[in-house]
Every structure is written in C-alpha cells, then in structure tokens.
Design a protein around this ligand. Structure first.
Ligand SMILES: *[C@@H]1O[C@H](CO)[C@@H](O)[C@H](O)[C@H]1NC(C)=O
Ligand SMILES: *[C@@H]1O[C@H](CO)[C@@H](O)[C@H](O)[C@H]1NC(C)=O
Length: 402
C-alpha cells in the first residue's frame, strides 16, 4: 500500500493511469487476502479444537513381528548419479545404523549401475532400480535419501501385513500419495507393479505440469485398481494433461483420490492414511518435535538445510520446509552400530508427547482437508480449459494454491 500514499513526482499526463493501477492493485490485493484467508474460519471453528485432540490410530501388528525374517528385508536408498552420501549424511547414517541394529540388509546405491539408464527421469529410474533389487529379498523398503530413522526401537515388520504386497502412504502436506517411500514384497504382483510403474515414464503427459512419479502414481494406480471406471479415469487424465502448476496438479490428484474414496485397502495394495498412521512423516510439520510413542522415521533431513535448535521453548507447529534440527546428539559412530544396539543419543529437547505431536499434525491435516476442497473446485475449469480463465490462473495460480 506504500505505492498509494507515495507523492507523485511525475507530470500530470501519467496521473490518471497511475491512479487506476493503484485502485486495481488495491482491489486485487484485497481479493488476494480474501482468498488467502478464506478458509481460516473453517479451521478456527470451535468444533475443530475437539477434532485436533482425537488420537491417530497407529497401524501396527506387533503380535507377529517375525513373519518375515529381518535378514530377508532390504532397506534400499537409490541416489541419482553423482550424488554423494555426504549430502544426506545424518539421515543415511541413522538408516544404516538402524538396519545394522535389527539385522536388515542395507543397500545404498546409485541409479546408473542397474541397467535403468533407458529411463530419462531420475524419479522413475529409482523405481526401476528397486525392481532389480527386489527379487533377491522377501521385501524391500524404498527410502528417499533424506529420510532418517528417529525411533530405532520400531521394527519394519510392525507396519507390514501378509495381506498386502505394496504399502504406500499419504503425504501430510498435500492430497498426494508420497513416493519418497513404500514397502514392496517380492511377489509376482509386487514386482510387476513396480516394474510397470517405472516404465510409466513414457505415459507422462507432454507439456503439462505432471509432477513426475508423484503425479503418475495416482493415474497408474487408478488404472490398475479401477479399470472399469473409464469415464472418471478419462476426466482425471484430461485434468492431468491440462495441468500447468502445482495447484492444478493437486486438483488432478484430488480427482483421482475421489475415486479411491475413504478406503485404505485395495486388494493387495494398502495406502496408509495421512502419515499419522504411517511410518514416515515430514519433519518440518512439527518443527522437528517427535514422539517416542508414535513416530518412526522423519522426512526432509538434507545436510545443507540443517539448522541449530533455537534457544527457548519450542512449539509443535509447522516451520519452514527447508529447515530441520538434528534429533540426535553427536554423530553416529558407525563402528558401534551393531546387532542389538538400540541405544541412541537423542536430543531430549526435540522429544514431545504423543498428544502434542498429534495435535500439531491434526491441525495441519485440517488445513489440507480444506485445501483439498479448494483444489476440487478447480477441476471444472481445468477440464473445460477455458482460454482466458486459464491465462489468468497461469499467472495467479498461487492464489489457488495457498
Ligand atoms: C504369524 O506369521 C506366521 C508366519 O508367516 C503365520 O504362519 C501365522 O499365521 C501368523 N500369525 C498371525 C496371528 O497372524
Ligand atoms: C550404539 O550406537 C550408537 C550410535 O552409533 C552409539 O552412539 C552408542 O554408543 C552405541 N551404544 C553402545 C552400547 O555401543
């Protein structure tokens, strides 16, 4: 608004258009604020307070932890060609130390040594690599390199179930299934699905903001699981093709998710609801605070985003997506990471109660649920592809995103 109050030093000729610009920018700004904060009344509704306090049902089968032997499970991290371990040092050390403590196989590899180079997109290449490694084990946990284990006492088997060949999870900060991690079992179905998915690269809609593998998994799974819903599939596919920005991408994702509905289990595929019931979640959602009772792995631990834990009290609320605090005290001593050593040194300031952590996560989940409704409201225009509306949106897409 500074623009409006500044005295004009220019001659009269430009006075009128300037005024117009000023009026329009003000109107636009008000519209922007309205759209930005519209939705907060839904979030701050009195009933929400109750919703934030409902505990997450954590899915765990602790009664049959050893139905797959740990030595037959591989934890696999696929780095793109040339990427160094150093870049994810703390996260990778924690995963390797965890694997050693429980006797899981730990595999850190690059994506250029598995015959997957025919794939252009590194995000698809890593799934190709997983499909090459899987046949040697009973199950594989695929992890992005910036995922670390914080709760070393948990066992992977707790999150697995003989009924499912593939276990995915919903991301907490978007309406998406996250491809940063999944568990796949070495069955014909599991192997075929991952192999076929890695080749789905060629079906990415050209010239669209498609979201690579994270966007593709939705169309891919929907085609697999709901092959008879041709009309819905076609409409969502058009939305995907027309997508020009991240808000469009999420509108497309929401389109597919409406096909999935409220279920989590689809034959041999399970999609864990939000990360609240899963085994991994984003670290920044709770400013790095985690709970021994519920958390297992944290996502987003890149070495050059590491920040010092600030002095003073910490709040369980979202912080910048590009910062995190180390949950550990000191470095990992890899020599001492041996079978049975599950005594790690954590920074006690970052350990919170289950109630506080879950309340923080629920509040974020509510925000995303409201956003999802907003994304859905974009679908019609995304499908009709009206030229001027699209032109306007392509410049101001952020209004619809936030
Ligand atoms: C536990 O796992 C074993 C080995 O797969 C299986 O035979 C048994 O039925 C499982 N028990 C339960 C309670 O699921
Ligand atoms: C277990 O491993 C951690 C991580 O390297 C190390 O800090 C700790 O001292 C080890 N504990 C024992 C008893 O060796």
């Amino acid at each position: 608004m500074l623009l409006c109050s500044k005295p004009s030093h220019h001659n009269e000729m430009f006075h009128f258009p300037k005024k117009l610009i000023c009026i329009f920018s003000t109107l636009f700004f008000i519209l922007f604020l309205y759209i930005l904060f519209n939705g907060d009344d839904i979030i701050e509704d009195q009933d929400s307070e109750y919703l934030y306090r409902v505990p997450y049902p954590i899915m765990r089968n602790s009664n049959n932890e050893s139905w797959i032997k740990s030595e037959n499970i591989a934890i696999v991290i696929v780095l793109a060609e040339g990427v160094k371990r150093e870049y994810y040092k703390i996260a990778i050390n924690s995963v390797e130390c965890y694997a050693k403590a429980h006797g899981y196989q730990f595999i850190l590899t690059h994506d250029n040594v598995w015959g997957c180079d025919y794939l252009k997109d590194k995000f698809f290449r890593r799934h190709c690599v997983i499909s090459k490694i899987l046949p040697k084990y009973e199950a594989v946990l695929h992890l992005d390199a910036d995922i670390g284990v914080v709760n070393q006492k948990r066992k992977l088997q707790e999150y697995m179930n003989p009924q499912f060949d593939l276990i995915f999870h919903d991301r907490h900060f978007s309406p998406e299934i996250g491809m940063a991690s999944y568990i796949v079992r070495n069955t014909q179905y599991g192997l075929d699905l991952i192999t076929e998915f890695s080749n789905y690269e060629k079906k990415l809609p050209e010239g669209s903001f498609h979201g690579t593998d994270n966007g593709a998994i939705h169309m891919f799974l929907a085609e697999k699981l709901f092959p008879h819903n041709l009309i819905e599939l076609e409409l969502c596919r058009r939305a995907w093709r027309n997508s020009q920005n991240v808000a469009d991408q999420f509108a497309y994702t929401s389109c597919i998710r409406s096909l999935f509905g409220a279920n989590t289990d689809f034959g041999k595929v399970r999609i864990l609801r939000k990360q609240g019931t899963g085994y991994v979640r984003d670290d920044w959602l709770t400013s790095g605070i985690w709970s021994l009772d519920r958390d297992f792995m944290l996502h987003g631990l890149k070495t050059d985003h590491l920040k010092k834990v600030p002095y003073g009290p910490l709040r369980v609320s979202p912080m910048s997506q590009t910062s995190w605090y180390s949950p550990f005290e000191g470095d990992f001593d890899m020599e001492r990471c041996v079978l049975g050593n599950t005594t790690w040194n954590h920074n006690p300031r970052l350990i919170g109660t289950r109630e506080d952590v879950e309340c923080g996560l629920r509040m974020h989940e509510m925000k995303i649920a409201v956003k999802k409704v907003k994304y859905m409201s974009r679908l019609y225009s995304l499908l009709s592809n009206c030229y001027f509306w699209r032109l306007f949106q392509s410049h101001f897409w952020f209004i619809f995103y936030y």
